[in-house]
Ligand binder design. Structure first.
Ligand code: NDP
Length: 455
């Protein structure tokens, strides 16, 4: 469906004209258009309630990044061959605070993908209530199969350009797909060399001995499950005794498994881009962490090492019957066909650990089937929220215990949940977390923009 047809008659005229504006100006960026459409189509009631949002063209301003940086990243592999990748940083909106958002290293990265992620990040960060703006970055570099020294050289080259745009009061990156603790270490090391400053708050996801926060590694996965638990509790049940399927087996997925198990669920499946594993007895978390986190192996190896587990090459992890589905891999990985299978298998709740993993058609399937659905900008905000906890500890030259950081995360996730719930109710759509998240996030950012003049 062409984007310009996404606007509907019943949308506020300000929403319709903003759709058209964005579609015309960003024709080759389908992910960005999808993310914008998903937000804007929830905003008609806000524009009706506050006409200044339309008369002062807040939507058009919000959809245009404040700054977009694209740069060359040359690096040399272990054989001495030279490679040239492209680096990006989109500083999208700083009305609420300095730009904050992760870096993604994956061959699928391009400007449109980074803009979609940066746009989502604006509202996600607003929902945390912690005073941070939205940004995102990355590169089309493929880390798969690269040695440690190649990763190190790439990160150093990437930071050699990026560093001039960063600062703890300016723009603070973190990890995302392909960027974990190892990469954050190389990036921070290069930033320090270039700036000659120990500016811990310039990047988050650092190691615990050099400025990192307890729970940052776990935070996105944990937070997604905490949000799911609260959403289920509002409907009179908890995760205890339920079957959960999770896509991906990276940072977010692994810690979603851990928290779901702690809350009494049985996690029966997870995946990577090659296929998925089913383990009806419940995933062996230690084995999973060893295979993915330490050995950096494919998920198929899990079935080789775990009696009773099966590996399915290709296919969809959403074919596995479950009560709760947590997409934690990548964008548009759960389509309408998968959603229908989940509904037919009796799914009760879906929460997005990844960014925009559910296609709009799939969201519609869940909506019609009355499945509880938590959008990523709310459900996976625990990662960025804990990044802010890391920055707070850095500023105070202190470090918190695991339990303290986890209880702060739990409070933040409860706050995000309740902000979404409250906005949905205020606008007459009780229980609709998509509407609630978009309206609550938008109001905060838009009001700050209006208060700060024509920015
Ligand atoms: P990782 O790189 O640690 O893991 C990504 C996982 O997803 C890997 O298992 C990868 O498999 C899998 N995957 C990637 N593409 C596909 C695909 N097309 N089909 C199936 N599996 C796929 O990344 P993260 O866990 O950090 O991020 C996952 C998602 O969560 C992303 O959408 C990210 O934006 C989002 N997110 C992450 C946050 C964080 O704190 N890390 C914060 C908020 C959101 P393979 O190894 O085969 O590629």
């Amino acid at each position: 469906m062409p984007f310009s047809n996404g606007a509907r008659e019943d949308h506020h005229p300000g929403v319709r004209s903003a759709f058209e504006h964005v579609a015309r100006r960003n024709p080759d960026e389908p992910e960005f258009q999808q993310a914008v459409l998903e937000v804007l189509e929830c905003l008609s009631p806000a524009l009706s309630m506050n006409p200044r949002y339309a008369t002062e063209r807040v939507l058009e301003r919000l959809c245009e990044p404040e700054r977009q940086i694209i740069f060359r990243v040359p690096w040399r592999d272990d054989q001495g061959q030279i490679h040239v990748n492209r680096g990006f940083r989109v500083e999208f909106n700083s009305a609420l605070g300095p730009y904050k958002g992760g870096l993604r290293f994956h061959p699928s990265v391009n400007l449109g993908v980074v803009k979609f992620l940066g746009f989502e990040q604006i509202f996600k960060n607003a929902l945390t209530g912690m005073g941070i703006g939205g940004g995102k970055g990355g590169s089309d570099f493929d880390p798969k199969g690269r040695s440690d020294t190649e990763i190190e050289r790439f990160c150093q080259s990437f930071m050699t350009e990026l560093h001039r745009h960063l600062g703890e009061y300016t723009d603070i990156p973190a990890g995302d797909i392909g960027v974990g603790g190892r990469e954050i270490g190389y990036l921070f090391g290069q930033y320090r060399r270039l700036s000659n400053r120990w500016e811990a708050g310039v990047i988050t996801g650092k190691g615990l001995d050099w400025g990192g926060s307890a729970v940052r590694t776990e935070a996105t996965g944990y937070g997604t499950v905490m949000f799911t638990q609260r959403m289920l509790e509002r409907n009179g049940r908890g995760l205890d005794g339920l079957k959960v399927a999770i896509s991906g087996s990276g940072n977010v997925a692994i810690y979603a498994v851990e928290k779901a198990q702690q809350l009494g669920a049985t996690v029966v499946a997870c995946s990577d881009s090659g296929g998925y594993v089913v383990d009806e007895a419940g995933l062996d978390l230690d084995l999973l962490k060893q295979i993915k986190g330490v050995d950096r192996e494919r998920i198929s190896v899990y079935a080789d090492r775990r009696p009773g587990a099966q590996y399915v090459e290709g296919g969809s992890v959403w074919d596995v019957p479950c009560h709760v589905a947590l997409p934690c891999a990548t964008q548009n990985e759960l389509d309408a066909t998968a959603a229908k299978t989940l509904v037919n298998n009796g799914v009760l709740a879906v929460a997005e650990g990844a960014n925009m993993p559910t296609t709009p058609e799939a969201v519609q399937v869940f909506r019609e089937a009355k499945v509880l659905f938590a959008p990523g900008k709310a459900a996976n905000a625990g990662g960025v929220a804990t990044s802010v906890l890391e920055m707070r500890q850095n500023a105070r030259r202190t470090s918190w215990s695991f339990d303290h950081a986890e209880s702060e995360l739990a409070q933040t996730m409860a706050g995000i949940h309740d902000r979404c719930e409250d906005a949905a109710e205020r606008y007459g759509s009780k229980g609709d977390y998509v509407l609630g998240a978009n309206l609550a996030g938008f109001e905060m950012v838009a009001d700050a923009m209006l208060a700060q003049g024509l920015i």
